[in-house]
Ligand binder design. Structure first.
Ligand SMILES: [Mg+2]
Ligand SMILES: [Zn+2]
Length: 226
């Protein structure tokens, strides 16, 4: 695949749930702390009866847990893929930008990164706790989130790719799920697994499969010559 942009300025954007982590942490949190049929909101989004943003709000606000319960769950249960902390360090050493872009939950991501002593910029949805009640805010939906199909994101991953490309960055996107397809389609290089990999395979789009971040670092090092 010929690179569309110069590779002088490189930025990596990575999804969190199921990409950085082994299991989807947001789903694990829902299963642990929501005692209702929360999956109906995922189905409503899939049927396009709700925007992504509405569906995430409905779903996440049904979590019944305090901040410390959520953090404790993350500490005990959430694991990152092999080579992730080293990959972030490698990006830093090579002057490659790295940001997590996620439709998950800020507290979950922050606690996971802290557990592995990883320092990284994170763009995601915000959890506000009032005791064991949760309210969700979307600080990362920029004006650019006007998609032709009417979708409204919680955190607009697409806009993050687009804004960096407009600033002249060669953007590498890493993801695994449905919300990674839109940003993946415009990214300069894509690493994909699970449903993102299936969709890109079906559509004949180029991507690199990966299981861990050692593979990503080796492949990306090769592409960028670093
Ligand atoms: Mg994911
Ligand atoms: Zn969007």
């Amino acid at each position: 695949m010929p690179p569309k942009r110069s590779m002088e300025k490189v930025f990596v954007l990575s999804d969190f749930d199921g990409t950085i982590t082994v299991e989807d942490a947001a789903i694990a949190i829902m299963n642990e702390f929501c005692h209702e049929d929360w999956y109906q909101y995922v189905r409503k989004w899939e049927r396009r009866d709700m925007t992504l943003r509405e569906s995430l709000k409905q779903m996440y606000e049904r979590i019944q847990a305090s901040r410390s319960e959520v953090e404790d769950f993350v500490q005990r249960n959430i694991m990152v893929r092999k080579g992730f902390p080293e990959f972030v360090e490698w990006c830093g050493r090579n002057r490659i930008g790295f940001t997590v872009v996620s439709e998950g939950l800020d507290v979950v991501i922050a606690k996971t990164l802290e557990k592995y002593k990883v320092k990284a910029d994170v763009r995601t949805n915000r959890m506000l706790f009032e005791g064991r009640k949760v309210r969700i805010e979307f600080p990362e939906t920029p004006p650019l989130c006007h998609h032709e199909d009417g979708e409204v994101c919680g955190t607009c991953k697409y806009s993050h790719v687009k804004n960096l490309q407009d600033e002249g960055y060669f953007v590498v996107y890493i993801g695994d799920g449905k919300t990674d397809a839109r940003p993946g389609k415009i990214a300069d290089v894509v690493f994909g697994r699970r449903s993102l990999a299936r969709k890109f395979t079906e559509e004949g789009r180029y991507f690199f499969p990966f299981d861990n971040f050692i593979t990503v670092r080796e492949r990306l090092g090769h592409i960028l010559g670093r």
